[in-house]
Write a protein that binds this ligand. Structure first.
Ligand code: H2U
Length: 356
């Protein structure tokens, strides 16, 4: 008799309905011998306050401005913005469809999470994480009044190209829809037209029911390794059941619950390889600006975490070769990654060693 399909054993491709893309899953490759690196990364000691670090309270930034003596979050205009609000000449018509350019107007900001450089989100108090969430929502209100897309993102760790260890994120707001949210807008719109329920509202309901890919959960939120994840330990944070368009729509209870689930998820991440886990994360919600008055019912707020690490604090996955030229591939299934993260301790490894 032919062997029956087992997702943990047999190669297959999985569909990402948010982006209309496929990922190749090859779990049989996990059986191959591994003789590469497994060592832990050396812990880098970061001073709590460095007067020469331009993100610290009271420090002088590249443009000569002095930061206030902030005690919670601190938002400032990026001194090296990729998008300027005004002053740049328009490209004008190109005269040929193969050489198209459009105007790009926007603004870039940097937001420090905390006055200390030697702290990260999972080690912060829930009330401090709540302050970060409130500030994110304020940013969406302020910049969203003017810009069609406000991208909040955190690049964490030198391996992700983060230039400064001080806990911070960035905000790039633009008058245009960037590629990723544009693709998700299209697919969520199509799904809603066909199924009469927002794609991610339905997805969260199914994940809460199946319980196969949940890393952490609480009354209001779910953190799952998405069925279609490409990065080994990629996760998606999404409202458990309520239909929520933007960060600005979160109730105080939902914000507290978000602080709780972020702390728990990021603690598990750090505990996986006992290192300050690098990642790029960001929020996607319904578009803003002119889109605030348009119908965005097909959208559901969510955050993505894309961590590059594969086997240890020093061995990362490279999206190269077949992945650049054909499609992403993973060995560990989303279910195996979720189980591994789920089973890790809830106490941060740095706090465990403090106690012993
Ligand atoms: P990243 O490490 O994620 O790149 O974030 C640091 C940001 O801080 C970076 O975008 C900005 C950089 O442009 N920055 C300032 O705006 N002023 C400074 O004096 C230093 C860094």
């Amino acid at each position: 008799m032919a062997e029956s399909f087992d997702a943990k054993e047999h190669q297959h491709v999985r569909f990402n309905p948010l982006k209309g893309e496929w990922v190749l899953v090859s779990p049989h490759r996990l059986k191959r011998p591994w003789s590469g690196q497994v060592e832990k990364a050396a812990e880098v000691s970061i001073p709590r306050h460095d007067p020469k670090n331009p993100l610290c309270p009271r420090a002088t930034r590249a443009n000569g401005k002095v930061n206030p003596d902030y005690s919670s979050t601190f938002l400032f205009e990026n001194d090296f913005p990729a998008l300027l609000q005004e002053g740049a000449p328009q490209p004008g018509p190109s005269g040929h469809p193969l050489f198209r350019a459009e105007s790009a107007v926007g603004t870039c900001q940097v937001m420090c999470f905390h006055p200390w450089s030697d702290i990260t989100l999972p080690l912060m108090e829930p009330s401090d994480i709540r302050a970060v969430i409130d500030k994110w929502a304020d940013i969406i209100t302020d910049l969203g009044a003017k810009y069609r897309w406000v991208q909040i993102f955190e690049n964490k760790g030198a391996v992700m190209g983060c230039s400064n260890p001080h806990p911070h994120c960035q905000v790039w707001a633009s008058n245009f829809m960037p590629n990723e949210p544009q693709i998700k807008d299209t697919h969520q719109r199509q799904y809603y037209a066909e199924h009469k329920v927002p794609l991610l509202v339905e997805y969260a309901r199914m994940e809460a029911e199946k319980k196969e890919r949940i890393v952490v959960e609480n009354e209001h939120w779910l953190a799952v390794v998405p069925y279609w994840a490409t990065w080994p330990y990629e996760t998606m944070l999404l409202p458990r059941s309520r239909h929520i368009l933007r960060l600005t729509d979160l109730t105080p209870e939902e914000r507290d619950a978000l602080a709780d689930i972020m702390k728990r998820l990021l603690t598990k991440y750090d505990n996986l390889f006992e290192t300050s886990f690098p990642y790029s994360m960001g929020w996607h919600g319904a578009p803003t600006g002119e889109s605030l008055t348009e119908d965005n019912f097909h959208w559901q707020l969510h955050a993505m975490y894309y961590p590059p690490l594969l086997r240890s604090a020093t061995v990362k996955k490279f999206m190269v070769g077949y992945e650049m030229l054909a499609l992403p591939q993973r060995d560990l299934t989303a279910e195996q990654a979720a189980e591994k993260l789920h089973n890790l301790p809830d106490m941060h490894y740095k706090q465990r060693s403090d106690q012993s």
